[in-house]
Design a protein around this ligand. Structure first.
Ligand code: PLP
Length: 283
């Protein structure tokens, strides 16, 4: 595979970053994952807008323009012949003498991109529906910044896999925040889509924004509010959204079956409509 590192396209085994990079030592880095469908980038500008927000929260200044970033994304997709999959982009603060205090001197951010080929549309998990386990949300409380501090989510998702489940939904003060790498939704008995309101407790999903737009266009009722695990158990349907997961039905939570125990009608319809809309707008 060809990857991008600090200005150059290189074979992956020839790409290196400094061991003093603050991304490596302090998780002082942010990232974005942009989906590729039919060789095109889905919601590229949304992902880059969120990247800017994450960077500005951490006061990392990146000189690459949106046009530069689009060019790099496109070149990588083309060099690696990606038709379906993703582009991963990470920007770290860059190398500095190891110190908790971030140096005032201008550092050079470390920019890394790579691709992954992946089947996203014809996805077995989406057809079967996900089994979810709930865990306490023990992440730091700035989940709105897309940093590479993913250890807690990685550990609990791994544990869920060991127990035969597919993912976790995190619970903060009795209410669901989000999944390990996706936003969480239920469809109530009265056909209202409910998902947690935007705050520092969740990542502001680019797919969330697009899917809620689709839901409103389909005249579905949407409520942005917190919900409990008991509400999930009593729900008609549940699902998650993320760039690579698209709209992904949930059929079980903590071994309790949701609805009929099969992917819900509304979730599948939203998946279809979202896919069509995102493909039409892809760049
Ligand atoms: N929540 C978390 C914690 C995530 O890591 C992600 C994506 O990686 C999402 C939500 C979904 O965001 P998006 O739809 O922008 O992929």
């Amino acid at each position: 595979r060809t990857v991008y590192v600090n200005g150059d396209f290189r074979p992956e085994n020839e790409a290196t970053i400094s061991i003093f990079d603050r991304g490596f030592l302090f998780a002082d880095a942010v990232y974005e994952v942009t989906t590729v469908l039919e060789g095109k980038l889905v919601d590229f500008y949304g992902h880059m807008a969120r990247l800017r927000k994450s960077l500005s929260e951490l006061q990392i200044s990146l000189s690459l323009s949106e046009a530069n970033l689009l060019d790099i994304h496109r070149k990588l997709v083309s060099k690696n012949n990606i038709t379906e999959g993703l582009v991963y982009l990470q920007v770290s603060r860059g190398p500095a003498d190891r110190d908790f205090v971030i140096s005032e001197d201008a550092e050079t951010p470390g920019v890394v991109l790579f691709t992954q080929e992946k089947k996203l549309v014809d996805n077995a998990l989406a057809q079967r529906g996900q089994k979810i386990l709930t865990v306490e949300d023990q992440r730091w409380r700035r989940c709105d910044i897309k940093t590479v501090q993913l250890l807690y989510s990685s550990l609990v998702k791994t544990e869920a896999h060991r127990k035969g489940a597919d993912d976790v939904w995190m619970v903060l003060d009795g209410e669901v925040t989000e999944g390990s790498s996706n936003n969480a939704y239920i469809l109530t008995e009265d056909n209202t889509i409910v998902t947690r309101a935007l705050s520092n407790d969740i990542l502001h999903g680019i797919t969330r924004q697009a899917v809620l737009q689709c839901a409103r266009e389909l005249q579905l009722k949407v409520e942005e509010r917190s919900f409990t695990v008991d509400e999930v158990k009593a729900a008609k349907e549940a699902f998650s959204t993320s760039a690579t997961g698209l709209v992904n039905p949930v059929v079980e939570i903590d071994s309790d079956v949701i609805g009929k125990g099969t992917p819900g009608e509304v979730a599948l319809r939203l998946r279809e409509v979202y896919l069509k809309a995102s493909l039409a707008a892809a760049v």
